[in-house]
Ligand binder design. Sequence first.
Ligand SMILES: Cc1ncc(C[n+]2csc(CCOP(=O)(O)OP(=O)(O)O)c2C)c(N)n1
Ligand SMILES: [Mg+2]
Length: 735
Amino acid sequence: MELAVSSARVSGAYPAPEALTTQQLVEIYRLMFLSRSVDDREILLKRQQKIFFQISAAGHEALQVGAALALRPGYDWFFPYYRDRALCLALGVTPYEMMLQAVGAATDPASGGRQMPTHWSSRPLHIVSTSSSTATQLLHAVGCAEAGRAFSSRPETAAKSGDDYRAFHDVDFHGDEVVLACVGEGSTSQGEFWEAMNTASNQKLPVIFCVEDNGYAISVPVEVNTPGGNISRLVANFPNFHFAEVDGNDPLACLKAFQAAAEHCRAGRGPALVHGHCVRLYSHSLSDDDRLYRCAAEREADAICDPMARMRTRLIGDGILTAVEMEDLERGLEQEAAEAAEQALKAPEPAVEDIATHVYSEDLDPTSAAFATERPQPAAEANGAAGASGQKATGPRTMADLINACLHDEMRHDPRIVVYGEDVADASREEALNEVKGKGGVFKLTAGLQTEFGSARVFNSPLAEANIVGRAVGYALRGMKPVVEIQFFDYIWPAMHQIHNELALMRWRSNGVWEAPAVIRVPIGGYLTGGAVYHSQSGESIFTHIPGLRVVFPSNALDANGLLRTAIRCDDPVLFLEHKRLYRETYGRAPYPGPEFAIPFGKAKVVRPGTDITIVTYGALVPRALQAAQLAERQHEIKVEIVDLRTLNPYDWEAIAASVRKTNRVIVAHEDMISWGYGAEIAARIADELFDDLDAPVRRVGSMDTFVAYQPKLEDAILPQPETILKAIVELKKY
Ligand SMILES: Cc1ncc(C[n+]2csc(CCOP(=O)(O)OP(=O)(O)O)c2C)c(N)n1
Ligand SMILES: [Mg+2]
């Protein structure tokens, strides 16, 4: 009998268990045994210190092969977790490819030696890059399903465009595609599991959640993670779901369960959850020893359930294979795993010079001249544009107006944009819009978008920040452009895990195969008189510390418009910080600059020329520094030059250096706390690289090292004021 992994897959999904051919039955066993063989070979390599980490699928093979064979690689979409070796083998990843990752080879197709073994990724098979974080992938799966639905219902969305990120994103989609998302039972305790269930249920998305329940999360037994010890019972009331609880040691029962789940999803009836009870035959990983926390009897009971033994007995018992044929098959598979390892050990190691490749897009550089259309259009040309209310745009407009106008223009320009977040829609109950004006964001920045572009493109999310960003990752990796809103910077923290470990990392960890170029708009900052602790926070340096994430912080209406356009059209994830106090200030208003106005990232602006002292700043400190500079000139005849950075990552080092070389004195000023703030990095670099140009120490101005208080007197004292900056100017000039 001739057997090969690829032959299992050419026909797409397998038929129902009753209709399986003997070859297909053997193939199921072959895949299971191959998975175990690769695990065992890796364990050997780890003990020989030829690889550096090992985690196995032992005991999960039946469940995983059943899932894979019910679905179609390269057609359906897959969000596995680290234990899904048998799943990935059955989808078409080869043992050699797995071994390449185990040895950390340059040619490891999943990550180029960047990720641990079993952190899967294959674009041709639609296996999306897996992180080590438990349950984050479930929200990506939801966003992926939403993107598939968007492409299917609006196929024109898939069209390419030469002038933005779309040039680099081939889109493929099928109206009946299904998304599989796998997770361990312990990880269902994560909020992201519940947030994913929420949206999948509400939107009837074709997502199959596969809970691989081996009864343990490292050393923590299921009843500690799951009240009552059974996740199926807890989720049973989610609407629109198909639920199945299955013996995860029986591959045919599993295949059947996943086939029924897929049918439910493909028919558009909603998501499914297949809860498979399986066994963890080895310890959690090779770094764990389960004899430290599991009784011998319990471990022995699991060993008896080994799915491999059951399927072997069945194939021999039913006369499908003789004992000798079985023996030949198994030795052949062990040999295959051994040869894959041997080959992989000869593979080239990654080059140190390539370490920084794929932190950001290699295709589209947002600092490039392509984004330098900075000269605003003459007013007459620009007058045709409409903002939220559809009125003609003339005269100076606020930052809020010009951000809103940019969102309108870009949504017209690019059908792949979706806008969602908390309260961003005009009204979720559309019929209300016959009677009322609509909300459009707590700051009205998204006003009128739903009314113009419809509820499929502009909608409210659940009140869950990880949900917002996690889904954005899923949308973006399919080639859509989510432009989402976190309502206040103060509440970005539940999304931090998704931003840090997923959004910003997707491209680098997959060695450039996947990317998630979403835009997150976030109102930030204080000076609100009463904004207090939870509506005044800054903290931009926490995000500039994340490789892969662009961080933008405009100080005026025109910059906000042009930089938001670049953020949306570029191919990197962008955190777009909008200072709430600047939204409607008289300072920095500007006429509408037209629908093609863009400003490249990394280009600072000298907003006030001077010769005596440089102030490097951004955001709400720009108008405050300007006030201080005027006072310094009037009262002390000190001529201050102000450099508005505009983007914080990348930042314009050349502009800083040119100014410091001219003035020889520099203050770095920001609203955020001084200690560990953004200014610390800039000040350190100036001290390091421009030491010979300095006539005085580098001075920093920022807020006190506290949160912002409610009482206006305290707020004034905590945040830097023009007088604070003036004091620093005068002191620095004395050197
Ligand atoms: C967010 C997060 N927290 C903690 C960990 C460390 N960790 C890795 S696996 C694991 C247990 C997962 O158990 P379960 O979900 O049941 O999956 P299993 O390993 O049993 O298949 C933990 C705590 C992690 N990887 N990610
Ligand atoms: Mg578990």
